[in-house]
Design a protein around this ligand. Structure first.
Ligand code: C2O
Ligand code: CU
Ligand code: CU
Length: 492
């Protein structure tokens, strides 16, 4: 009897298609998910869409307009979606460390929304969390100076209680921070050898509409894999070494990423920055909100598929092909993968550092309570380095994201983290009945009125209240900062 893994290796895509084709609905037993959904398709030459780079307008502002549209997530099937400056997803913003960036966000959809800069270290009033709502027809103009290492960040709505729906409908985009002072020798030609890979899953009804096959605990695990807004796309590499900036922009799904021929690849960056040297792996995992950058060597006439393989949790159930990568016929021989990377120093652990514990329970509570927009749960001194211990007491998989900081994972699931998780991060997976210990370095911006958030990035859990609020304040204000604030100031 062959193992599943051997079957996958022998059967390749055929086996995968059969497996997923038999189970078009995963956990689809809810009322609104009762209709038939579209079965997974094959790689048939549909080109991987590359989100355009956003150029500033005449006033030097990056303008993002949330709007409704229609998208062929699956070729030939029209789906009503939301996007920024287009029908689905949003353009990639690319800026340099040290830049002053000025944004204008316009809300052209029918509901209040926000835009949060996930992974950005910026003043709390610019963060775009639930306290910076934008009314339909309204706009918001945050600005800040980029002051953090080069990294692949992203932006997405964060309206109180509706984040899952707004992201599911298509609102998300990448924000690449580059550092002109650290020459990294890595592929950096956007769309040529520096490729955005935004991974999502959807359940699409046969009439083309997005369906919530509302899975009771996690909200949504889709049956149709979408990469940069397209199902089953192909990227043809014209360079022998490509860099993939991979984002899990899912509501709940965790990806266990490998290539169809099990070829090794190199992890070069975590969420919030480069590693200090590439780590060769056969496989890497990311949960909702996390990013990983990898280098992939491609040979002439190569054909390989990036796929996710079933894990042991409800949120990584199922084997699915994601993206086909072909090597152009005339590829030159591979130049070397760099030995060293100019990654930032790890977050250090200070003797006597404040240690806090965050217990995740059920699917909606941290430290025994649901998020309240008026309650401050934690007060942190500006620029502090602290130890945050995240404990998952529940039988469900969760993860943990902290705004306005980056952290080093000191301990993960009771052991040292794997070498590919050695870099700066802002989101970490927390398996059931397990935990993670983080050395966190907070940004150096104080504000006693606007909190940052920490939360599970499974969006159903976040919306249900598995979230807390913290203020970052001046050192002499830690004991006096307000623990009750006004919620939802409107910006018009
Ligand atoms: Cu990507 Cu508070 O979120
Ligand atoms: Cu965030
Ligand atoms: Cu969760």
């Amino acid at each position: 009897m062959l193992t599943r893994r051997e079957l996958l290796l022998l059967g390749g895509l055929g086996a995968l298609a059969t497996v997923t084709g038999c189970v078009p609905f995963i956990g689809g037993n809810s009322a609104d998910g009762a209709g038939a959904s579209i079965p997974p398709g094959k790689f048939d030459g549909r080109a991987l869409p590359i989100p355009p780079l956003l150029a500033p307008d005449a006033n030097g502002r990056y303008v993002l307009r949330a709007q409704a549209g229609t998208t062929e997530l699956v070729a030939g099937v029209l789906t009503a979606t939301w996007g920024f400056n287009g029908a689905v997803l949003g353009p990639t913003i690319r800026a340099l460390k040290g830049d002053r960036v000025r944004m204008r966000i316009e809300n052209g959809i029918s509901e209040e929304t926000t835009v949060h800069w996930h992974g950005m270290e910026l003043p709390a009033e610019m963060d775009g969390g639930p306290h910076q709502p934008i009314s339909p027809g309204g706009s918001w103009e945050p600005e800040w100076t980029i002051d953090q290492p080069a990294a692949t960040l992203w932006y997405h709505p964060h309206p109180h209680g509706s984040t899952a729906e707004h992201v599911y409908k298509g609102l998300a985009g990448l924000f690449i921070v580059e550092d002109p002072d650290t020459e990294d020798g890595l592929p950096s030609e956007y769309g040529v050898d520096d490729i955005p890979v935004i991974l999502q899953d959807r359940t699409i009804s046969t009439d083309g509409s997005l369906s919530w096959n509302s899975e009771p605990h996690v909200g949504l695990i889709g049956a149709t894999m979408i990469v940069n807004g397209a199902h089953a796309p192909t990227f043809t590499a014209a360079r022998p070494l490509i860099r993939l900036r991979i984002l899990a922009a899912t509501n709940a799904r965790k990806f266990n990423l490998a290539f169809s021929d099990d070829r090794p690849f190199h992890v070069i960056a975590n969420d919030a920055g480069l590693l200090q040297s590439p780590v060769e792996v056969p496989y890497v995992s990311i949960s909702p909100g996390e990013r990983v950058e990898i280098l992939l060597a491609v040979r002439p006439r190569d054909a390989v598929v990036l796929e996710t393989r079933s894990g042991t949790f409800d949120i990584d159930n199922g084997d699915h092909p994601l993206l086909q990568i072909l090597g152009a016929a005339g590829l030159e021989p591979l130049h070397q993968v760099p030995q060293r990377l100019p990654g930032p120093a790890a977050v250090g652990v200070q003797p006597g550092a404040t240690r806090r514990t965050f217990e995740l329970s059920g699917t909606d509570e941290i430290n025994g309570r649901e998020m309240s927009p008026t309650r401050i749960d934690t007060v942190v001194p500006r620029g502090a380095k602290e130890i945050w211990q995240v404990e998952n007491r529940s039988p469900y998989a969760h993860n943990f994201h902290i705004h306005g900081c980056s952290f080093k994972v000191l301990e993960y699931d009771g052991a040292a983290p794997p070498p590919w998780m050695a870099g700066r991060k802002d989101t970490v997976f927390v398996p059931p009945r397990s935990g993670a210990i983080l050395a966190v370095e907070f940004a150096d911006y104080a504000n006693e009125e606007h909190p940052y958030m920490y939360h599970c990035h499974i969006l159903r859990h976040e919306d249900k209240g598995m979230m807390g609020q913290f203020l970052v304040v001046d050192h002499d204000r830690v004991n006096d900062a307000p623990l009750l604030i006004e919620s939802n100031e409107h910006t018009h």
